[in-house]
Design a protein around this ligand. Structure first.
Ligand code: NDP
Length: 268
């Protein structure tokens, strides 16, 4: 039997990660299995321990366990430290290495799939939760001209920005002046059909508006951005790219993502 990997979450039934990793493995001729594991809300550590004991090589971690995963790791990558959250675990002889590939996935989607450089651009990140925190260091490493952060709870944005050695411009929604070249919705507002209170001026004809949420339908954020001239993108490309980055971390080979993304889009 080949190596096995898991996705741990609660819920996990809806996840596309098993499909994505199976496609990567097929493409590269690697014999591995990747399935979802529903961990009890109070049983994340026990689930991880059981998987590691059974010989599991690694796991992805999703809602609501990314912070619990961070606390459990014996070793952390710089980007996991910056995010304060872990979405990729590697098990090796009793050690648990933690990484966060969400931000790298976002950057790869923007620069690779959307074909847009982040270097020299004016970037706005909306939200200051786990996904936003995971995105900041990889975005900073691209060398944006400016990086602005806005969040419903202003104090959270200020606290997050203070952790980075980069002049992140923290603003209230009403203080935002645009347009920005790239606007990233890293809030969970779209999950409930809500729209963060962004002024229309953040968008322009040259703006890329990316919602980290993905699904069959356009989100209120994407619709609002399009109404004001922006090109829009959902989070499906980011999802595929963060998976490719995790796969690379585990196996040392980088899967091609374009065909996998296209087939997920076709099936949506
Ligand atoms: P968190 O719960 O950690 O953070 C939620 C953030 O959204 C907070 O900043 C919160 O603000 C803000 N927020 C929630 N509701 C509203 C609202 N109605 N108006 C304005 N702001 C709001 O969530 P995550 O960071 O883990 O996830 C955020 C999104 O990113 C989700 O949609 C998730 O599905 C997506 N995601 C996508 C990935 C991908 O691969 N495509 C990977 C990871 C996440 P406050 O601080 O005020 O509460």
């Amino acid at each position: 039997m080949g190596d096995f990997y898991r996705l741990i979450g609660n819920p996990v039934g809806h996840s596309k990660s098993p499909l994505i990793h199976a496609a990567f493995a097929r493409q590269l001729g690697i014999d591995l299995t990747y399935d979802s594991v529903l961990a009890p809300l109070d049983g994340f550590a026990a689930t991880v321990a059981a998987l590691a004991a059974a010989g599991c090589k690694g796991a992805n971690v999703t809602v609501p366990f990314k912070i619990a995963a961070f606390a459990l790791c014996t070793r952390l990558s710089a980007r996991a430290r910056a995010a304060g959250a872990v979405n990729t675990l590697t098990f090796d002889a009793g050690a648990i290495a933690g990484d966060n590939t969400d931000g790298a996935g976002l950057v790869a989607d923007i620069t690779g799939n959307a074909g847009l450089a982040i270097a020299g651009q004016r970037v706005l990140v909306v939200g200051a939760g786990g996904a936003a925190r995971g995105a900041l260091l990889p975005l900073i490493e691209q060398g944006p001209a400016t990086l602005t952060l806005v969040n419903r709870t202003a104090a959270t944005a200020a606290a997050v920005a203070a952790q980075f050695d980069f002049p992140i411009d923290v603003r209230a929604f009403a203080e935002l002046r645009g347009p920005f070249d790239i606007v990233i919705n890293a809030t969970s507002a779209s999950l409930t059909g809500a729209l963060p209170p962004l002024p229309a001026c953040v968008f322009g004809a040259g703006t890329l508006a990316l919602d980290m949420m993905y699904g069959a339908a356009s989100t209120p954020f994407m619709a609002f951005a399009a109404e004001h001239g922006a090109a829009t993108r959902d989070g499906l490309g980011m999802l595929v790219e963060q998976a490719a980055e995790a796969f690379y971390g585990w196996r040392g080979v980088r899967p091609a993502t374009a065909a996998v993304l296209a087939s997920l889009r076709a099936a949506a």
